[in-house]
Write a protein that binds this ligand. Structure first.
Ligand code: NAD
Length: 460
Protein backbone atom coordinates (compact mmCIF):
# COMPACT_ATOMS: atom_id res chain seq x y z
CA UNK A 1 0.00 0.00 0.00
CA UNK A 2 2.73 2.42 1.07
CA UNK A 3 4.53 1.92 -2.27
CA UNK A 4 1.37 2.57 -4.32
CA UNK A 5 0.53 5.71 -2.37
CA UNK A 6 4.10 6.99 -2.66
CA UNK A 7 4.04 6.32 -6.42
CA UNK A 8 0.84 8.35 -6.77
CA UNK A 9 2.29 11.12 -4.62
CA UNK A 10 5.41 11.22 -6.84
CA UNK A 11 3.30 11.27 -10.00
CA UNK A 12 1.26 14.17 -8.63
CA UNK A 13 4.44 15.96 -7.64
CA UNK A 14 5.89 15.53 -11.14
CA UNK A 15 2.60 16.63 -12.65
CA UNK A 16 2.59 19.79 -10.59
CA UNK A 17 6.24 20.58 -11.27
CA UNK A 18 6.49 19.64 -14.93
CA UNK A 19 3.25 20.69 -16.56
CA UNK A 20 2.96 23.99 -14.80
CA UNK A 21 -0.06 25.37 -13.03
CA UNK A 22 -3.52 24.54 -14.32
CA UNK A 23 -5.07 27.53 -16.04
CA UNK A 24 -8.23 28.90 -14.46
CA UNK A 25 -10.25 27.75 -17.48
CA UNK A 26 -8.99 24.16 -17.05
CA UNK A 27 -9.90 24.21 -13.36
CA UNK A 28 -13.40 25.35 -14.27
CA UNK A 29 -13.69 22.50 -16.78
CA UNK A 30 -12.68 20.00 -14.09
CA UNK A 31 -15.24 21.44 -11.66
CA UNK A 32 -17.96 21.17 -14.30
CA UNK A 33 -16.95 17.58 -14.98
CA UNK A 34 -16.98 16.84 -11.24
CA UNK A 35 -20.55 18.14 -11.01
CA UNK A 36 -21.66 15.92 -13.90
CA UNK A 37 -19.99 12.87 -12.33
CA UNK A 38 -21.78 13.57 -9.03
CA UNK A 39 -25.11 14.01 -10.82
CA UNK A 40 -24.59 10.65 -12.53
CA UNK A 41 -24.08 8.98 -9.14
CA UNK A 42 -26.67 11.01 -7.23
CA UNK A 43 -28.95 8.10 -6.46
CA UNK A 44 -26.04 5.90 -5.33
CA UNK A 45 -24.85 8.70 -3.03
CA UNK A 46 -28.28 8.86 -1.37
CA UNK A 47 -28.26 5.09 -1.00
CA UNK A 48 -24.77 5.11 0.50
CA UNK A 49 -25.66 7.86 3.00
CA UNK A 50 -28.75 5.91 4.00
CA UNK A 51 -26.64 2.79 4.57
CA UNK A 52 -23.88 4.58 6.47
CA UNK A 53 -25.99 6.92 8.63
CA UNK A 54 -29.64 6.30 7.78
CA UNK A 55 -29.82 9.81 6.37
CA UNK A 56 -33.13 10.50 4.69
CA UNK A 57 -32.92 11.52 1.05
CA UNK A 58 -34.14 15.01 1.92
CA UNK A 59 -31.51 15.52 4.60
CA UNK A 60 -28.79 13.99 2.41
CA UNK A 61 -29.79 16.28 -0.45
CA UNK A 62 -29.84 19.47 1.61
CA UNK A 63 -26.83 18.90 3.86
CA UNK A 64 -24.58 16.94 1.53
CA UNK A 65 -25.27 16.70 -2.20
CA UNK A 66 -26.99 20.03 -3.01
CA UNK A 67 -24.62 21.75 -0.63
CA UNK A 68 -21.81 20.49 -2.87
CA UNK A 69 -23.58 21.52 -6.09
CA UNK A 70 -23.89 25.05 -4.78
CA UNK A 71 -20.20 25.09 -3.70
CA UNK A 72 -19.23 23.99 -7.22
CA UNK A 73 -21.50 26.58 -8.87
CA UNK A 74 -20.24 29.29 -6.53
CA UNK A 75 -16.61 28.43 -7.32
CA UNK A 76 -17.22 28.31 -11.08
CA UNK A 77 -19.01 31.65 -10.97
CA UNK A 78 -16.37 33.44 -8.92
CA UNK A 79 -13.09 31.71 -9.71
CA UNK A 80 -11.89 34.24 -12.29
CA UNK A 81 -12.43 37.06 -9.81
CA UNK A 82 -10.84 35.20 -6.88
CA UNK A 83 -7.73 34.31 -8.85
CA UNK A 84 -7.17 37.77 -10.32
CA UNK A 85 -3.92 39.42 -9.13
CA UNK A 86 -4.56 42.11 -6.54
CA UNK A 87 -2.93 45.50 -6.67
CA UNK A 88 -1.14 46.68 -3.54
CA UNK A 89 -0.18 50.28 -2.92
CA UNK A 90 3.47 51.36 -2.83
CA UNK A 91 4.80 53.21 0.18
CA UNK A 92 7.49 55.87 0.49
CA UNK A 93 10.35 53.32 0.57
CA UNK A 94 9.26 51.86 -2.78
CA UNK A 95 7.49 54.87 -4.11
CA UNK A 96 7.49 54.25 -7.89
CA UNK A 97 7.23 50.47 -7.75
CA UNK A 98 4.27 48.38 -8.89
CA UNK A 99 3.03 45.86 -6.32
CA UNK A 100 0.86 42.80 -6.84
CA UNK A 101 -0.44 39.83 -4.88
CA UNK A 102 -0.98 36.70 -6.93
CA UNK A 103 -2.78 33.56 -5.82
CA UNK A 104 -0.85 30.48 -6.75
CA UNK A 105 -1.70 26.87 -5.89
CA UNK A 106 0.00 25.52 -2.79
CA UNK A 107 0.98 22.45 -4.83
CA UNK A 108 0.45 18.87 -3.65
CA UNK A 109 -2.36 18.70 -1.12
CA UNK A 110 -3.84 16.10 1.18
CA UNK A 111 -7.46 16.04 2.38
CA UNK A 112 -8.45 13.78 5.28
CA UNK A 113 -12.15 13.72 6.12
CA UNK A 114 -14.55 12.33 8.76
CA UNK A 115 -17.67 10.15 8.59
CA UNK A 116 -20.45 12.43 9.84
CA UNK A 117 -21.06 14.42 6.63
CA UNK A 118 -18.82 12.14 4.62
CA UNK A 119 -19.76 13.43 1.18
CA UNK A 120 -19.88 17.16 1.87
CA UNK A 121 -16.74 17.24 4.02
CA UNK A 122 -14.65 15.42 1.42
CA UNK A 123 -15.94 17.07 -1.72
CA UNK A 124 -16.13 20.59 -0.24
CA UNK A 125 -12.37 20.91 0.39
CA UNK A 126 -11.72 19.10 -2.91
CA UNK A 127 -13.64 21.80 -4.81
CA UNK A 128 -11.54 24.51 -3.14
CA UNK A 129 -8.30 22.62 -3.79
CA UNK A 130 -9.08 22.10 -7.49
CA UNK A 131 -10.34 25.68 -7.86
CA UNK A 132 -7.00 26.86 -6.50
CA UNK A 133 -5.15 24.64 -9.03
CA UNK A 134 -3.63 21.96 -6.78
CA UNK A 135 -3.10 18.24 -7.09
CA UNK A 136 -4.90 16.34 -4.34
CA UNK A 137 -4.83 13.04 -2.49
CA UNK A 138 -7.99 12.33 -0.49
CA UNK A 139 -8.51 9.96 2.42
CA UNK A 140 -12.20 9.70 3.38
CA UNK A 141 -13.36 7.92 6.53
CA UNK A 142 -13.32 4.15 6.90
CA UNK A 143 -16.52 4.32 9.00
CA UNK A 144 -18.77 5.72 6.26
CA UNK A 145 -17.48 3.09 3.87
CA UNK A 146 -20.39 3.10 1.39
CA UNK A 147 -20.06 6.84 0.83
CA UNK A 148 -16.27 6.60 0.67
CA UNK A 149 -16.58 3.98 -2.10
CA UNK A 150 -18.83 6.28 -4.15
CA UNK A 151 -16.45 9.19 -3.60
CA UNK A 152 -13.58 7.07 -4.95
CA UNK A 153 -15.70 6.22 -8.04
CA UNK A 154 -16.64 9.85 -8.66
CA UNK A 155 -13.06 11.04 -8.25
CA UNK A 156 -11.76 8.36 -10.64
CA UNK A 157 -14.36 9.38 -13.23
CA UNK A 158 -13.76 13.13 -12.92
CA UNK A 159 -9.97 13.40 -12.65
CA UNK A 160 -6.81 11.63 -13.76
CA UNK A 161 -4.97 10.19 -10.70
CA UNK A 162 -2.09 12.52 -11.50
CA UNK A 163 -4.43 15.35 -10.47
CA UNK A 164 -6.78 13.87 -7.84
CA UNK A 165 -6.59 10.45 -6.24
CA UNK A 166 -8.80 8.92 -3.56
CA UNK A 167 -7.08 6.50 -1.15
CA UNK A 168 -9.48 4.28 0.78
CA UNK A 169 -8.65 2.77 4.15
CA UNK A 170 -8.32 3.38 7.84
CA UNK A 171 -5.96 5.43 9.97
CA UNK A 172 -2.96 3.41 8.72
CA UNK A 173 -3.54 4.93 5.29
CA UNK A 174 -3.64 8.45 6.81
CA UNK A 175 -0.53 7.66 8.83
CA UNK A 176 1.31 6.65 5.65
CA UNK A 177 0.06 9.68 3.73
CA UNK A 178 1.11 11.96 6.56
CA UNK A 179 4.75 10.92 6.07
CA UNK A 180 4.79 12.47 2.55
CA UNK A 181 5.94 16.07 2.06
CA UNK A 182 2.59 17.59 1.08
CA UNK A 183 2.49 21.35 0.63
CA UNK A 184 -0.84 21.64 2.41
CA UNK A 185 -2.93 19.33 4.55
CA UNK A 186 -6.64 19.97 5.04
CA UNK A 187 -7.92 17.86 7.91
CA UNK A 188 -11.49 17.60 9.20
CA UNK A 189 -12.00 15.48 12.28
CA UNK A 190 -11.48 15.30 16.00
CA UNK A 191 -9.26 17.63 17.98
CA UNK A 192 -7.10 14.69 19.16
CA UNK A 193 -6.36 13.49 15.60
CA UNK A 194 -5.91 17.13 14.56
CA UNK A 195 -2.96 17.27 16.94
CA UNK A 196 -1.47 14.15 15.34
CA UNK A 197 -1.91 15.70 11.89
CA UNK A 198 -0.28 18.96 12.96
CA UNK A 199 2.69 17.12 14.48
CA UNK A 200 3.14 15.10 11.28
CA UNK A 201 2.84 18.27 9.16
CA UNK A 202 5.62 19.91 11.15
CA UNK A 203 8.13 17.33 9.84
CA UNK A 204 7.84 18.89 6.37
CA UNK A 205 6.52 22.27 7.48
CA UNK A 206 3.40 21.58 5.44
CA UNK A 207 0.78 24.22 6.08
CA UNK A 208 -2.45 22.98 7.63
CA UNK A 209 -6.13 23.77 7.77
CA UNK A 210 -7.68 22.01 10.73
CA UNK A 211 -11.47 21.78 10.94
CA UNK A 212 -11.95 20.24 14.38
CA UNK A 213 -14.67 19.64 16.93
CA UNK A 214 -15.55 20.89 20.36
CA UNK A 215 -18.46 21.87 22.53
CA UNK A 216 -20.63 24.54 20.88
CA UNK A 217 -22.84 26.23 23.50
CA UNK A 218 -26.29 27.72 23.13
CA UNK A 219 -26.69 30.77 25.32
CA UNK A 220 -30.33 31.71 25.84
CA UNK A 221 -30.71 35.20 27.28
CA UNK A 222 -33.72 35.66 29.53
CA UNK A 223 -35.49 37.87 26.99
CA UNK A 224 -35.44 35.25 24.19
CA UNK A 225 -38.55 33.61 22.80
CA UNK A 226 -38.24 30.20 24.50
CA UNK A 227 -40.65 28.28 22.29
CA UNK A 228 -39.01 29.27 19.00
CA UNK A 229 -35.56 28.78 20.54
CA UNK A 230 -36.41 25.28 21.75
CA UNK A 231 -37.65 24.27 18.30
CA UNK A 232 -34.50 25.54 16.56
CA UNK A 233 -32.21 23.89 19.11
CA UNK A 234 -34.16 20.62 18.84
CA UNK A 235 -33.69 20.57 15.08
CA UNK A 236 -29.98 21.50 15.24
CA UNK A 237 -29.21 19.12 18.07
CA UNK A 238 -30.92 16.13 16.49
CA UNK A 239 -29.95 16.70 12.87
CA UNK A 240 -27.93 13.58 11.96
CA UNK A 241 -28.70 12.37 15.52
CA UNK A 242 -26.40 14.99 16.98
CA UNK A 243 -23.40 13.85 14.92
CA UNK A 244 -22.74 17.33 13.54
CA UNK A 245 -19.56 19.26 14.31
CA UNK A 246 -21.54 22.46 14.94
CA UNK A 247 -24.45 20.78 16.72
CA UNK A 248 -25.55 22.70 19.82
CA UNK A 249 -23.62 20.75 22.46
CA UNK A 250 -25.18 22.11 25.65
CA UNK A 251 -27.69 24.82 26.56
CA UNK A 252 -27.21 27.66 29.04
CA UNK A 253 -30.55 28.95 30.21
CA UNK A 254 -31.65 31.18 33.10
CA UNK A 255 -32.54 29.10 36.18
CA UNK A 256 -36.12 30.45 36.18
CA UNK A 257 -36.67 29.28 32.60
CA UNK A 258 -35.12 25.82 32.76
CA UNK A 259 -38.33 23.79 33.13
CA UNK A 260 -40.17 25.78 30.49
CA UNK A 261 -37.33 25.30 28.03
CA UNK A 262 -37.28 21.55 28.73
CA UNK A 263 -41.03 21.36 28.12
CA UNK A 264 -40.82 23.25 24.84
CA UNK A 265 -37.76 21.25 23.73
CA UNK A 266 -39.49 17.97 24.45
CA UNK A 267 -42.61 19.07 22.55
CA UNK A 268 -40.51 20.16 19.57
CA UNK A 269 -38.64 16.83 19.50
CA UNK A 270 -41.93 14.93 19.55
CA UNK A 271 -43.22 17.10 16.74
CA UNK A 272 -40.12 16.87 14.54
CA UNK A 273 -38.77 13.37 15.14
CA UNK A 274 -41.70 11.23 16.33
CA UNK A 275 -44.73 9.88 14.49
CA UNK A 276 -48.24 10.90 15.63
CA UNK A 277 -48.47 7.48 17.32
CA UNK A 278 -45.41 8.27 19.44
CA UNK A 279 -42.76 6.14 17.70
CA UNK A 280 -39.39 7.55 16.76
CA UNK A 281 -39.49 8.39 13.06
CA UNK A 282 -36.54 6.53 11.56
CA UNK A 283 -37.26 8.21 8.20
CA UNK A 284 -36.06 11.49 9.73
CA UNK A 285 -33.85 10.38 12.60
CA UNK A 286 -30.35 9.13 11.75
CA UNK A 287 -28.60 6.20 13.35
CA UNK A 288 -25.42 6.31 15.39
CA UNK A 289 -22.50 5.52 13.11
CA UNK A 290 -21.34 2.36 14.91
CA UNK A 291 -21.58 0.40 18.14
CA UNK A 292 -18.37 1.94 19.50
CA UNK A 293 -19.87 5.43 19.32
CA UNK A 294 -23.18 4.20 20.71
CA UNK A 295 -21.39 2.73 23.77
CA UNK A 296 -19.40 5.96 24.13
CA UNK A 297 -22.67 7.91 24.30
CA UNK A 298 -24.21 5.50 26.82
CA UNK A 299 -20.98 5.86 28.82
CA UNK A 300 -21.32 9.68 28.88
CA UNK A 301 -24.86 9.44 30.29
CA UNK A 302 -23.84 6.79 32.81
CA UNK A 303 -20.89 8.86 34.02
CA UNK A 304 -23.02 12.02 34.40
CA UNK A 305 -25.73 10.11 36.27
CA UNK A 306 -23.20 8.53 38.62
CA UNK A 307 -22.06 12.06 39.53
CA UNK A 308 -25.60 13.25 40.27
CA UNK A 309 -27.02 14.42 36.91
CA UNK A 310 -30.73 13.81 36.37
CA UNK A 311 -32.48 12.67 33.21
CA UNK A 312 -35.04 15.41 32.65
CA UNK A 313 -36.59 13.58 29.69
CA UNK A 314 -35.79 10.65 27.46
CA UNK A 315 -37.64 9.78 24.28
CA UNK A 316 -38.41 6.18 23.38
CA UNK A 317 -36.93 4.37 20.42
CA UNK A 318 -33.52 3.07 21.54
CA UNK A 319 -32.29 0.13 19.50
CA UNK A 320 -29.04 -1.53 18.42
CA UNK A 321 -28.14 1.43 16.23
CA UNK A 322 -30.37 4.24 17.52
CA UNK A 323 -30.13 6.44 20.57
CA UNK A 324 -33.34 8.31 21.33
CA UNK A 325 -32.99 11.96 22.46
CA UNK A 326 -32.08 12.59 26.11
CA UNK A 327 -32.18 15.81 28.15
CA UNK A 328 -29.92 15.97 31.21
CA UNK A 329 -30.05 18.50 34.05
CA UNK A 330 -28.13 19.16 37.32
CA UNK A 331 -24.91 18.21 35.61
CA UNK A 332 -21.65 18.44 37.59
CA UNK A 333 -19.09 20.42 35.56
CA UNK A 334 -16.46 17.73 36.16
CA UNK A 335 -18.57 15.06 34.42
CA UNK A 336 -17.21 13.82 31.08
CA UNK A 337 -20.31 15.08 29.29
CA UNK A 338 -19.34 18.66 30.20
CA UNK A 339 -15.70 18.09 29.22
CA UNK A 340 -15.91 16.11 25.97
CA UNK A 341 -17.67 16.88 22.70
CA UNK A 342 -20.94 14.90 22.88
CA UNK A 343 -21.54 14.25 19.16
CA UNK A 344 -24.87 12.53 19.81
CA UNK A 345 -28.51 13.25 20.75
CA UNK A 346 -27.91 14.09 24.42
CA UNK A 347 -28.63 17.65 25.53
CA UNK A 348 -27.23 18.86 28.87
CA UNK A 349 -29.05 21.87 30.33
CA UNK A 350 -26.90 24.15 32.45
CA UNK A 351 -28.57 26.97 34.38
CA UNK A 352 -27.22 30.40 35.31
CA UNK A 353 -28.45 33.15 37.58
CA UNK A 354 -26.65 36.07 35.91
CA UNK A 355 -25.54 36.47 32.31
CA UNK A 356 -21.97 37.07 33.44
CA UNK A 357 -21.96 33.70 35.19
CA UNK A 358 -22.97 32.08 31.88
CA UNK A 359 -20.26 34.01 30.04
CA UNK A 360 -17.61 32.86 32.54
CA UNK A 361 -18.62 29.26 31.93
CA UNK A 362 -17.99 29.73 28.20
CA UNK A 363 -14.78 31.70 28.74
CA UNK A 364 -13.33 28.99 31.03
CA UNK A 365 -13.59 26.36 28.31
CA UNK A 366 -11.71 25.77 25.04
CA UNK A 367 -12.81 28.13 22.26
CA UNK A 368 -15.85 26.53 20.61
CA UNK A 369 -16.41 25.94 16.91
CA UNK A 370 -19.79 27.70 17.06
CA UNK A 371 -21.65 29.84 19.56
CA UNK A 372 -25.42 30.20 19.43
CA UNK A 373 -26.96 33.27 21.00
CA UNK A 374 -30.69 33.64 21.48
CA UNK A 375 -31.86 37.10 22.49
CA UNK A 376 -34.19 39.85 21.30
CA UNK A 377 -31.98 42.56 22.66
CA UNK A 378 -29.12 43.87 20.49
CA UNK A 379 -27.23 45.24 23.53
CA UNK A 380 -27.30 41.79 25.16
CA UNK A 381 -26.14 40.20 21.90
CA UNK A 382 -23.26 42.68 21.61
CA UNK A 383 -22.30 42.12 25.25
CA UNK A 384 -22.15 38.35 24.66
CA UNK A 385 -20.16 38.78 21.44
CA UNK A 386 -17.68 41.11 23.13
CA UNK A 387 -17.08 38.72 26.00
CA UNK A 388 -16.67 35.45 24.13
CA UNK A 389 -14.89 34.01 21.12
CA UNK A 390 -15.65 31.08 18.84
CA UNK A 391 -15.04 29.90 15.28
CA UNK A 392 -18.41 31.27 14.17
CA UNK A 393 -21.62 32.62 15.63
CA UNK A 394 -25.26 32.25 14.71
CA UNK A 395 -27.62 34.68 16.41
CA UNK A 396 -31.20 33.50 16.93
CA UNK A 397 -30.67 30.29 15.01
CA UNK A 398 -28.38 27.28 14.89
CA UNK A 399 -26.23 25.60 12.23
CA UNK A 400 -27.35 27.84 9.36
CA UNK A 401 -24.30 30.12 9.32
CA UNK A 402 -22.51 27.17 7.66
CA UNK A 403 -24.76 27.51 4.62
CA UNK A 404 -23.56 30.96 3.56
CA UNK A 405 -20.46 30.58 1.34
CA UNK A 406 -19.72 34.29 1.78
CA UNK A 407 -18.80 33.57 5.41
CA UNK A 408 -15.56 31.81 6.34
CA UNK A 409 -16.22 28.55 8.14
CA UNK A 410 -13.70 27.32 10.68
CA UNK A 411 -12.62 27.03 14.27
CA UNK A 412 -10.17 28.79 16.51
CA UNK A 413 -7.35 27.09 18.46
CA UNK A 414 -8.80 23.86 19.92
CA UNK A 415 -11.71 23.95 17.45
CA UNK A 416 -9.41 24.41 14.49
CA UNK A 417 -7.42 26.83 12.39
CA UNK A 418 -7.95 28.26 8.92
CA UNK A 419 -11.21 28.47 7.05
CA UNK A 420 -13.19 26.73 4.35
CA UNK A 421 -16.06 27.50 1.95
CA UNK A 422 -16.17 29.74 -1.10
CA UNK A 423 -13.38 32.27 -1.41
CA UNK A 424 -12.01 31.29 2.03
CA UNK A 425 -11.59 27.68 0.90
CA UNK A 426 -9.88 28.89 -2.29
CA UNK A 427 -7.55 31.00 -0.14
CA UNK A 428 -6.78 28.06 2.19
CA UNK A 429 -5.40 26.15 -0.80
CA UNK A 430 -3.59 29.15 -2.33
CA UNK A 431 -0.30 30.80 -1.57
CA UNK A 432 -0.56 34.58 -1.56
CA UNK A 433 2.62 35.49 -3.38
CA UNK A 434 3.71 39.09 -3.17
CA UNK A 435 5.54 40.62 -6.11
CA UNK A 436 7.20 44.02 -6.30
CA UNK A 437 8.18 45.35 -9.74
CA UNK A 438 10.82 47.92 -8.98
CA UNK A 439 10.79 51.14 -10.98
CA UNK A 440 13.81 52.41 -12.92
CA UNK A 441 13.59 55.45 -10.72
CA UNK A 442 14.33 53.84 -7.42
CA UNK A 443 15.78 55.26 -4.26
CA UNK A 444 16.98 51.95 -2.83
CA UNK A 445 20.61 53.08 -3.04
CA UNK A 446 19.95 55.43 -0.15
CA UNK A 447 19.89 52.51 2.22
CA UNK A 448 23.20 51.03 1.00
CA UNK A 449 26.39 51.46 3.10
CA UNK A 450 28.38 53.34 4.19
CA UNK A 451 26.41 53.89 7.37
CA UNK A 452 28.43 56.49 9.23
CA UNK A 453 27.06 59.97 9.02
CA UNK A 454 30.27 61.55 7.73
CA UNK A 455 30.86 58.98 4.97
CA UNK A 456 27.24 59.19 3.89
CA UNK A 457 27.48 62.98 3.59
CA UNK A 458 30.59 62.61 1.45
CA UNK A 459 29.00 59.98 -0.77
CA UNK A 460 25.62 61.59 -1.29
P1 NAD B 1 -11.47 11.36 13.52
O1 NAD B 1 -10.53 12.45 13.91
O2 NAD B 1 -11.50 10.13 14.35
O3 NAD B 1 -11.17 10.87 12.03
C1 NAD B 1 -11.09 11.76 10.94
C2 NAD B 1 -10.21 11.15 9.86
O4 NAD B 1 -8.91 10.96 10.41
C3 NAD B 1 -10.67 9.79 9.35
O5 NAD B 1 -10.48 9.77 7.95
C4 NAD B 1 -9.74 8.81 10.04
O6 NAD B 1 -9.46 7.66 9.28
C5 NAD B 1 -8.48 9.62 10.24
N1 NAD B 1 -7.73 9.21 11.44
C6 NAD B 1 -8.23 8.68 12.58
N2 NAD B 1 -7.25 8.45 13.47
C7 NAD B 1 -6.10 8.83 12.87
C8 NAD B 1 -4.73 8.86 13.27
N3 NAD B 1 -4.37 8.42 14.46
N4 NAD B 1 -3.82 9.34 12.41
C9 NAD B 1 -4.20 9.80 11.21
N5 NAD B 1 -5.47 9.80 10.76
C10 NAD B 1 -6.40 9.33 11.58
O7 NAD B 1 -12.91 12.06 13.43
P2 NAD B 1 -14.29 11.37 13.11
O8 NAD B 1 -14.69 10.50 14.25
O9 NAD B 1 -14.26 10.79 11.74
O10 NAD B 1 -15.25 12.67 13.05
C11 NAD B 1 -15.80 13.24 14.18
C12 NAD B 1 -15.02 14.45 14.62
O11 NAD B 1 -14.83 15.34 13.54
C13 NAD B 1 -15.76 15.27 15.67
O12 NAD B 1 -14.85 15.71 16.64
C14 NAD B 1 -16.31 16.45 14.89
O13 NAD B 1 -16.57 17.60 15.66
C15 NAD B 1 -15.22 16.67 13.90
N6 NAD B 1 -15.73 17.38 12.74
C16 NAD B 1 -15.36 18.66 12.53
C17 NAD B 1 -15.89 19.36 11.45
C18 NAD B 1 -15.54 20.80 11.16
O14 NAD B 1 -15.85 21.25 10.08
N7 NAD B 1 -14.91 21.51 12.07
C19 NAD B 1 -16.80 18.73 10.60
C20 NAD B 1 -17.15 17.42 10.87
C21 NAD B 1 -16.61 16.73 11.94
Amino acid sequence: MQQTLKTIFDIQKDQYQSTGKLAVQERIQYLKKLKICIQQQEFSIFEALAKDLRKSQFEAAVTEVYFIYSEIDFAIKNLRRWSRPLRAKATLSSIFSKNRIIYEPKGNCLIISPWNYPFQLTLGPLISAVAAGNTVMIKPSEYSIHTSDIIAKIVAAAFPPSLVYCALGDQDVSTTLLTFPFNHIFFTGSTQVGQIVMRAASAHLSSVTLELGGKSPVLIADNANLKKTAEKVAWGKLLNAGQTCIAPDYVLVHENQEQQFIDYFQAAVQDLFYTPTGDINTDSYAKIINSRHLSRLHGLVHDAKSLGAQIAWKGNGDSQDTLAPIILRDIPTESRIMQEEIFGPILPIVTYSTLDEALRLIQDRPKPLALYIFSDNSKTIDHILENTTSGGVCVNDVILHVSNPNLPFGGVNQSGMGSSHGYFGFKAFSHERSIMYQSRIAFSKFIYPPYTKKERLLKW
